[in-house]
Design a protein around this ligand. Structure first.
Ligand SMILES: [Zn+2]
Length: 161
């Protein structure tokens, strides 16, 4: 498992995020039984079906190069299966959950990302990676269950672009 993810990390090319993203999704599908032990099933079942063309990839203030070289170092230090699963699922999140220019009104530590409760859902939920606040139509709400990144279509209609 670790060898195979290192290969994907090594092929990272910022100008071809779609290929990198699809490789991560392929990896998740290949190691489904490992992911099932460590990842929320709701989130896992959604990301397994993700396709790069359905998302606006890499729109965030994360430094992907730094993140990936840090992740690679952790793997070379022989991190366990759970840590690898968590790493890949957060990388998929960082790449596909569109980050807006709007600073989190609660903690001011991060900009809000655009997410949904279910893939076919059309209600945008704004989410803060730092304090985990969830906001719908400028109201703070409590969400049961997992959030998943909003699709390209949803983001475009939300931003009216
Ligand atoms: Zn926050």
């Amino acid at each position: 498992m670790n060898k195979s993810i290192i290969k994907i990390y090594d092929s990272f090319d910022k100008s071809e995020l779609n290929i990198f993203f699809d490789n991560l999704i392929k990896f998740v599908n290949k190691y489904d039984s490992e992911f099932q032990k460590h990842t929320s099933l709701e989130y896992l079942n959604s990301i397994k079906k993700f396709k790069s063309q359905d998302f606006i990839l890499g729109h965030s203030d994360d430094s992907l190069e730094l993140g990936i070289s840090f992740y690679k170092k952790k793997i070379e230090e022989n991190q366990d299966e759970e840590a690898t699963c968590n790493q890949v699922s957060s990388l998929i999140w960082a790449l596909s959950a569109y980050m807006t220019d709007e600073l989190c009104p609660i903690c001011s530590e991060s900009n809000l990302r655009l997410t949904v409760m279910k893939q076919e859902e059309n209600q945008i939920v704004k989410f803060c990676d730092e304090c985990l606040s969830t906001i719908i139509n400028d109201n703070y709400v409590k969400i049961e269950g997992e959030l998943i990144p909003a699709s390209k279509k949803m983001v475009e209609s939300y931003l009216e672009i």
